[in-house]
Design a protein around this ligand. Structure first.
Ligand code: FAD
Ligand code: MLT
Ligand code: ZN
Length: 464
């Protein structure tokens, strides 16, 4: 152990670090195992002041810091590089829910709080925290904010960014920037907190946040709808938003192939429809106690030919089972094996066109590839994943993958979309950021990074 490591240990005290290989192992690999790194140690402070001291000590020594939450990110942002020099700064011991302000509809939490614990604390106070995603039992709010996570309820409540009222951040020089205000209106100068949301640990370390709460949505109904064509989902959404007066909490599109792999790999998973259909929508609607409107809205959609079969969950158990199918997709995909992942967004009105043109591109470039598409169609965000045929050799696979990804992402770019809708950039999509945000946007991002982190010690090699 060097004097540097001893200094970090002294800051956090006993129980606040890990240096043994077995203890470090889970922190060194991204959850799908695509990115694996090395570290000199993991350090887990308990207060913002300790985080600040750790950052100052690392800055003086010129040692880089990788902030890590639940390590569920999709782009390798939370794992260190393979130099073995970087320090992992885990927020897991900063996991206190500080206070719920019921009348202000807000909650103040530390960055290491598990997302599901925040949902529970809000529920216990008779309020609702709407951020929800498959990793909610593991991911931390600091990681959610650092990636501006999306998930299934964005259609009604926006992404993580929109749920933040105030933020506490430790800057690269160890300054604690505290703007933990809980205001809905505040036009006093630049909105600095927004700089750090979505910055993936490259501009500052988030240590606490004040979050927006909502009234409990009350009775909800979950329905699984079979549709003929993916494009019909967009028309259906447009109609249902009017029929249900914008009470749609979630509207997810899933292809049959995806549900087939969920049924294959997830024990007990079963789609509650006898006949197979090419595409499904899983929808949740806040209906009120008498489930007003839902049946007539769905009848209308069936008469219009947009829905060809529907299952409405009769109770919360059935609804949970339907959502379990949806939340198991990432795990089923992981077991199915490597696919090209494209986390794209386009304007909702152009989703149908994107799906058609995407199909044409795939048919031209690799007709025997399998499209595994699903996602948050209500937000214009699709996980347009493509599995290449197993018969390809390593180099053929590499070449085909590059051609398909470039063609799909160029199409997305031409259509005014984004190559990264909700998973961020991390180390996986750094080159894509330089390519698709070229020009003044990229230059300003770089200048911000140089200004806020002149020594490049905060998560170097990620994002920019
Ligand atoms: P980590 O993976 O630990 O970190 C992610 C990035 O944030 C890294 O760059 C890290 O350095 C940085 N970071 C972490 N904590 C801090 C902090 N306190 N301060 C500064 N930087 C920090 N994402 C979605 O958007 N929508 C989904 O629907 C969705 N579903 C998922 C389902 C599954 C099963 C899984 C495994 C992942 C899913 N994800 C989804 C991706 C992932 O869960 C989210 O991106 C999540 O927000 C990451 O949180 P985390 O705590 O695990 O962050
Ligand atoms: C999801 O919507 O389930 C996620 O973003 C995770 C994934 O893409 O695997
Ligand atoms: Zn998603």
């Amino acid at each position: 152990m060097t004097a540097f490591e001893d200094r970090l240990k002294a800051i956090v005290g006993q129980g606040g670090w890990k240096t043994e290989a077995d203890d470090l192992e889970p922190h060194l690999r991204e959850w799908r195992g695509v990115y694996v790194g090395k570290t000199r140690m993991l350090i887990a402070p308990q207060t913002a002041e300790q985080v600040a001291q750790v950052v100052r000590t690392c800055s003086e020594a010129g040692i880089a810091i990788v902030a890590q939450g639940g390590n569920t990110g999709m782009c390798g942002g939370a794992v260190p590089d393979d130099s073995g020099e970087q320090v992992i700064l885990s927020l897991s011991r900063m996991n206190r829910i500080r206070q719920v302000d019921r009348l202000n509809y807000s909650i103040e939490v530390e960055a290491g709080c598990i997302l599901a614990d925040i949902q529970d604390a809000a529920r216990d106070a008779g309020r609702h925290f709407p951020l929800s995603l498959g990793a909610e039992g593991t991911c931390q709010i600091g990681g959610n904010l650092a990636t501006d996570a999306g998930g299934i309820n964005v259609i009604r409540y926006g992404t993580a960014r929109g749920l933040v009222l105030g933020l506490e951040v430790v800057l690269a020089d160890g300054t604690v920037l505290s703007s933990l205000r809980s205001l809905r209106k505040d036009t006093a100068g630049y909105d600095l907190k927004q700089l750090f949301i979505g910055s993936e640990g490259t501009l500052g370390i988030i240590t606490a946040a004040t979050l927006r709460l909502y009234p409990d949505p009350g009775e909800t109904v979950t329905a699984l709808l079979a549709i003929r064509d993916s494009g019909d989902a967009v028309q259906l959404l447009g109609d249902l938003r009017v029929a249900l007066v914008d009470r749609i909490e979630a509207f997810e599109l899933v292809s049959r192939r995806i549900f087939e792999s969920v049924e294959r790999f997830i024990p007990g998973a079963r789609l509650p429809m006898d006949e197979a259909h090419p595409w499904y929508v899983l929808m949740e609607v806040a209906t009120g106690p008498n489930h007003e409107g839902i049946e007539s809205a769905l009848m209308g959609a069936i008469e219009d030919g947009l829905v060809i079969d529907a299952v409405i969950a009769k109770n919360s158990g059935e609804a949970d089972r339907l959502w379990h199918l949806r939340h198991s997709i990432s795990e089923a995909e992981r077991q199915l094996g490597k696919a090209l992942k494209h986390d794209i967004s386009v304007p909702i009105s152009r989703m149908q066109e994107f799906l058609q043109r995407g199909d044409e591109l795939l048919a031209e470039l690799q007709p025997d590839a399998t499209l595994l598409a699903f996602g948050h169609v209500g937000d214009g965000n699709l996980h347009y994943n493509v599995r290449l045929p197993v018969s390809l050799t390593g180099s053929e696979r590499q070449l085909a993958g590059e051609r398909i990804t470039t063609a799909i992402l160029d199409l997305v770019d031409q259509m005014g979309g984004s190559f990264s809708a909700e998973h961020g950039v991390g180390q996986a999509k750094r080159e894509l950021l330089a390519r698709y945000r070229r020009g003044p946007e990229y230059d300003l991002m770089r200048r911000l990074k140089e200004t806020l982190d002149p020594k490049n010690i905060l998560n170097p090699g990620k994002v920019i």
